[in-house]
Design a protein around this ligand. Structure first.
Ligand code: GTP
Ligand code: MG
Length: 196
């Protein structure tokens, strides 16, 4: 995919704030700090379009980024961040659920999982939930630059142990925002989904 333009469009917490132009959307979900905002910046070749932070919990709303005037990437608040209050966590959950369950122009969900750890309970729930909703899924194993070459094959094995990857609409990719490993494949997957 060739990136010709990218811009921040809007932040939303409820449906009436979502963009109304009916373009296809690809959303990103994953634990807080897993690298969602970084992946957006890497794909779009922008340093700081999506705000990133070493402190978890940076993204707190659904943030829509318009790409090539053609589709939106939707940055979603991370789950599993302990310092967020129970009430806030429930609000986040409802916001994400409302979006995933009602958004007709959602064409795919990228679920990010930290390569250094096996999928957590929250990762497994998100994956199974997306399966249930029948959304095309790309599982992205992030921060591969932190994995020793000799350990790289263990990442997939750890993933398979926890997630059933044998579905037609599931694709898996290892990735790094630091080295841009597999950024072309990421773009290809998105291009394919938004054109369907
Ligand atoms: P929330 O907004 O809190 O949900 O987090 P996020 O998933 O958007 O994570 P973010 O992109 O802000 O990245 C969190 C931290 O991980 C930052 O310090 C990033 O620099 C770092 N990081 C992200 N991707 C990579 C990667 O591929 N490799 C390495 N080494 N660090 C990364
Ligand atoms: Mg973020």
């Amino acid at each position: 995919m060739i990136i010709r333009s990218s811009e921040y469009a809007v932040s939303a917490v409820k449906e009436k704030q979502y963009p109304k132009d009916n373009l296809p959307e690809i959303a990103l979900a994953g634990r807080s700090n897993v690298g969602k905002s970084s992946l957006i910046n890497t794909l779009l070749k922008r340093k700081n379009l999506a705000r990133t932070s070493s402190q978890p919990g940076k993204t707190q709303t659904l943030n829509f980024y318009l790409v090539n005037d053609d589709f939106y990437l939707v940055d979603v608040p991370g789950y599993g961040y302990a310092k967020v209050s129970q009430k806030r966590r429930q609000e986040f959950g409802e916001m994400i659920q409302d979006y995933l369950e009602t958004r007709l122009n959602l064409k795919g969900l990228i679920i990010l999982i930290d390569s250094r750890h096996e999928p957590t309970k929250d990762d497994i729930s998100m994956y199974e939930y997306a399966q249930y909703l029948n959304i095309p899924i790309l599982v992205v194993c992030t921060k591969m630059d932190k994995i020793k070459k000799s350990q790289a094959n263990k990442v997939m094995a750890g993933l398979r142990k926890k997630l059933d990857l044998n579905y037609d609409h599931v694709t898996v990719l290892t990735f790094s925002s630091v080295t841009k490993f597999h950024v072309t494949e990421l773009g290809n997957w998105i291009e394919d989904k938004i054109s369907q």
